[in-house]
Design a binder for this molecule. Sequence first.
Ligand code: BGC
Length: 762
Amino acid sequence: MAKVADKYFEIDQWKIIENGYNPAYGEVAESVFSLGNEYMGIRGFFEEGYSGKKLIGSYFNGIYEQTKPDYGHYKGIVDFTEYMVNSVNWLYTRMEVDGEQLDLAVSEVEDFRRVLDLKTGVLTRSFVWNTKSGKKIRLLFERLLSMTKVTCAAQKITMESLSGAVTVQLTSGLDFSEKHQMTDENLWKCSRENVSFGEVITLGIEGTTLQTKKKVYSSAIIEADCSNVKEIVQEQSVAAQMDFELKEKTPVTVVKLVKNITLKDEEEQATYEEQVAVADQKTFDYDSLLSESVEFWNDVWKHSDIVIEGDDENQQGIRFCIFQMFQTYHGAVKGTNIGAKGLTGEAYNGNAFWDTETYCLPFFLFNNKEAAKNLLYFRYKTLDEARERAKMLDCKGAFYPIATISGKECCNLWQHASLQLQASTAVAYGIWFYEKIYQDRDFMKNYGLEMLIEICRMLATRGDFSAEGKYGYYCVMGPDEFQMMVNNNCYTNYMAKFTFDYTLKKLGDVERDDEAAYKKVTDAIHFEEKEAVAWAEMSEKMDIPYHEDTKLFEQHEGFFKLPHVEVDEIPVEDFPLYHHWTYDRIYRNDMIKQPDVLMLMLLFNSKFTREQLEANYDYYEHRCIHESSLSPSVHSILASQLGKHKEAYDFFGFATRMDLDNYNRNTREGLHTTSIAAAWMNIIYGFGGLRSDGEGLSLNPSIPENWKSYTFKINYQDETIDVTVTKEKVEIKTEKGIPVSINVYGKPVELTKDTFTCPYQA
Ligand code: BGC
């Protein structure tokens, strides 16, 4: 089904621009203009209050609430869920002139313009307010989150009268009273309210979540030249009300310097108290925060930019994606993960999925090692929860959750939570990928091996031998969520075999490399040699459903016999299918939600022949309806590899602009953060033809018809590789001059600082 762009924002290479305000796009713009720094995220809402449709969303990574719905008492069925909770509105502002409160839903404004600058990370909004009393006031709102001091953020408001003297009454505060939209409840209890007026105004308030007892202490220093300051302390908010006497054409600025300190775990208590005790001391100012932010983003663009000549829409799109990836995660906070919507909305409950290792990790591996390592560390930190989950499912070892915040399984759709093994095998894949790129032996010894052993234990107890003696998985669901309780899903079996083989290899490597470390890990979890023997047999006998005559991998046992649905003939009105077809109707045919066999062929690309790829692509491609936004990029990458360039470009069509053009009509709920990572892969692995699963790296670049050229960077180990592709040639060089061996169009090349050039091969 064709997706249609809903174009609203102006095209610009480095900025996202909204020119003129249209309330119909209010919530979409809130998502698109979200700011985040991994530690916290805030939607682009109007801080001065707004009576129209909105989601005043302010989130902190790792700050969540929980519910315990009663789903009955079948063993293994999750009766518990965690969701990232809407927290303090630290931008809280109210503005009044002659008794009229500013509210863009009803106030008369002109010259509205909102700009997110991808080079500075600053969001600005300006307009002229024509008050009912005949005053004209130009307003400029700026906001910024520090990417380096992640607890810090700032807001700047500049007011200028265009029509003589005006008194503006401005209230600025910290507000925990906003509801969590999904539950329609407020989930905070507040304490430590504090307002003090000296040379500057300081505010402070602590919120504690009702069930999980997580804490956020929010503090602000307000720098303003004002009079008649009054404090407003309520149960869930603190604020200062101030008067500003504006003279014509003389801008007046109010700066709010914010620190938000979170307490996620008990062991952070002492550090939290220390930080709270000094929160009201000024440690930064707006300009220093801004210059650090500019420096941070300069560095990002220096090492991670993708430049597209000849296609401004995708240029803006991909830069927006890269910006969002760094905003969501950049290695700042150890032990957190990436929610499917990042920190931009409540949808998917802030939960992290297999998306992290499968879709996001490649981006971080080639752009930010520390972030990649932290993501994997999260899985180590939550290994105990995965062990618990394995027990709940009558398995040994570790069963990683399909959706989680704290490490516990939060998905209350039992068929996903109990039948999908792909989060666990994704962790093994992530460890393998990280090790392949960085050869970090310490990581393997300290964390990796233990996770691998525990995942194998789960795989060894969840699977079984068939009557014919083949090993496989029964009653599972693979990545294609339209098929449940299937036997021998090809993806699941293949990934399990990979996990067994890789773990066995690593057991040997670590033992050889550092016997003491090997003993420490294996003793701690009582690993026995006989387990390795059993895994080797399971791997050897793994049932991979493959038909040599057609070169097809069968998605699961019996898939080829399922009734066929021509997906192109499904009437457009039937979409989204979950709303128009019963659950079982979706399940009982050969229609696919997202790549399953094809996903495998991307992850382990070098293991498959071109013939196999071609046959499977042709078979599965037209059965897939891409109900998941993660899906089209995978098809695009494989289409490029097969030389189906037009098809590759069509699938790429909306990847970079999924949210800017609201293709799925649900951007208002938050950004599709993990499919933003897929958009990056779509260019680097698709058009760039990068492959990283074989020996070293290889490139096989192609260029879309309407692009003049494109340049991308691969941060590989200690080097940055620069690749430029035009329709005539491919140019590659390393930035530091460290020799790197790669393959270009199938030929080995030793890269140096001197540009390597070869003719373009379509
Ligand atoms: C997809 C899953 C994915 C989840 C979160 C679902 O629609 O089918 O593969 O993990 O969204 O992005």
